[in-house]
Design a protein around this ligand. Structure first.
Ligand SMILES: Cc1cc2nc3c(=O)[nH]c(=O)nc-3n(C[C@H](O)[C@H](O)[C@H](O)COP(=O)(O)OP(=O)(O)OC[C@H]3O[C@@H](n4cnc5c(N)ncnc54)[C@H](O)[C@@H]3O)c2cc1C
Length: 416
């Protein structure tokens, strides 16, 4: 069923009893051309682009819970392509371009809102670093603009510009960046992939990967064995655990990241604002709640919840930026498991095991990558070779010494 203003009107005449289910709930077939492990944003996007771009529809997405129960439904919804390095920038810019046409492509309202992503700077050194990043972006054809203190005072008058420790001196803004309703992304991709014949199978946990003569031939699941010609892993925070089923050890650590939402307030923050003196980012949802977060918890964990020390740390950084936040009540918080790679950049590649392909290492920035990740992983699975914008995102880059270290922190996953 095609969604449109007309279909809403027509169904209203029938008291909305005529809507059909957005996707099917199929039982698994014995064999697929391609199986994707993980019904998060990346797995579902991969299935959609396999069907749409490559005509491969004998595909199953296996999700251990319900779709959207992982990080795709837990993030702070920020999208941007303000990267410096040539290994990252063209990939994230492709993603932003796909976001710009996503709702038309999927025929689904994902509430893509290009409200601008602003990074604040607080020292001359930071200004120089942001200027360099902005210039790098512009050289790649990506929009970037430096704003001075006076411009920011007009845009965001409630910020503490004269904070004795962290004065706000200016910022780098990418106006095409913004936010997207995260779970609508999972639903939109699931619906579009399903419509092209992909089986999205929920409550189906992969418990083992079967190999014959070294080649992957299928997966053991809570619904029995399912065979496949190719297996793509898109399990985000659980990537290491799933890859281990095939005897593969990944250069990834799993860490928790928390997110927070406040009570609903009248609109006052029009952009995504990122405090540069401590890790704090905030935007305001359409319901009025402030959506914010900070650093990862800093220890290895597969638990989808964090600890109070980070709650305090995030609150402190928020208050240093906007003192009036002390008067809001926060409504809820949650955690998600991050697949932190050694250089903070993702991996989209073949593996040393025949028929096994990997999509992982998204750290806490994989939501914005969802469309390009799916697009490029589908390309890899269909053609057996990397897409041009993911050539640097290889699994063996760490042993070859070609890390994509955007923040320059070295092999310290908890610091990226
Ligand atoms: C609090 C928080 C804030 C974030 N903020 C942002 C942000 O603002 N911007 C941004 O770009 N990124 C952000 N991220 C990161 C982003 O959400 C992730 O990088 C991205 O969602 C990961 O890809 P995914 O959607 O495919 O993951 P997921 O949705 O986690 O999908 C992986 C799926 O695999 C399934 N799975 C795992 N093991 C198995 C198994 N054995 N069998 C079957 N299925 C399995 C899981 O259940 C899960 O549904 C944030 C993350 C968190 C937690």
């Amino acid at each position: 069923m095609r969604y449109s203003a007309f279909s809403v009107f027509r169904n209203a005449l029938d008291k909305h009893r005529g809507w059909s289910s957005a996707w099917r709930f199929p039982e698994p077939k014995p064999h697929y051309d391609i199986i994707i492990v993980g019904g998060g944003g990346h797995g579902l996007a991969t299935a959609h682009y396999l069907a749409k771009e490559h005509g491969i529809t004998n595909v199953a997405v296996l999700e251990k819970g319900y779709i959207g129960s992982g990080n795709v439904g837990r993030n702070t919804t920020i999208i941007r392509s303000n990267y410096l390095l040539p290994g990252n920038n063209p990939f994230y810019e492709l993603s932003l371009k796909l976001w710009e046409g996503l709702e038309q492509d999927l025929n689904y309202n994902a509430m893509v809102s290009q409200r601008g992503v602003l990074n604040l700077y607080h020292s001359d050194a930071q200004q120089a670093a942001y200027t360099r990043r902005g210039n790098g972006m512009r050289l790649h054809g990506v929009d970037a603009e430096m704003l001075d203190r006076a411009q920011l005072k007009t845009m965001l008058p409630f910020m503490d510009f004269d904070n004795a420790r962290f004065p706000i001196l200016g910022g780098l803004i990418q106006r095409r960046g913004g936010t997207v309703r995260h779970d609508a992304v999972a639903w939109g991709y699931a619906r579009a992939a399903d419509a092209r014949g992909v089986d999205v199978i929920q409550n189906c946990e992969v418990t083992g990967i079967r190999r014959e003569n070294g080649r992957v031939v299928g997966v053991e699941t809570s619904k029995g064995f399912i065979g496949c010609n190719k297996l793509g892993l898109a399990a985000a925070g659980n990537s290491s655990r799933v890859a281990e089923m095939a005897g593969l050890k990944l250069p990834i650590e799993s860490h928790v990241l928390q997110a927070f939402v406040s009570e609903g307030l009248k609109p006052f923050i029009d952009h995504v604002v990122i405090f540069g003196a401590g890790h704090f980012y905030v935007s305001q949802s359409d319901k009025g709640g402030l959506v914010f977060g900070g650093d990862i918890d800093g220890y290895n964990s597969y638990a989808q919840r964090g600890n109070l020390a980070i709650v305090e740390h995030v609150a402190e950084a928020g208050l240093a930026m906007i003192p009036a936040l002390s008067r809001i009540r926060y409504l809820r918080s949650w955690g998600g498991v991050m697949d932190m790679s050694m250089d903070g950049s993702p991996i989209i590649d073949c593996t040393p095991i025949d028929n096994l392909y990997l999509n992982a290492g998204w750290c806490y920035g994989g939501f914005k990558a969802t469309p390009a990740s799916g697009f490029c992983f589908a390309h890899l699975l269909a053609r057996g070779e990397p897409h041009s914008v993911t050539r640097a995102m290889r699994l063996d880059r760490f042993e070859r010494g070609y890390a994509i270290d955007e923040t320059g922190r070295g092999a310290q996953p908890n610091l990226h």
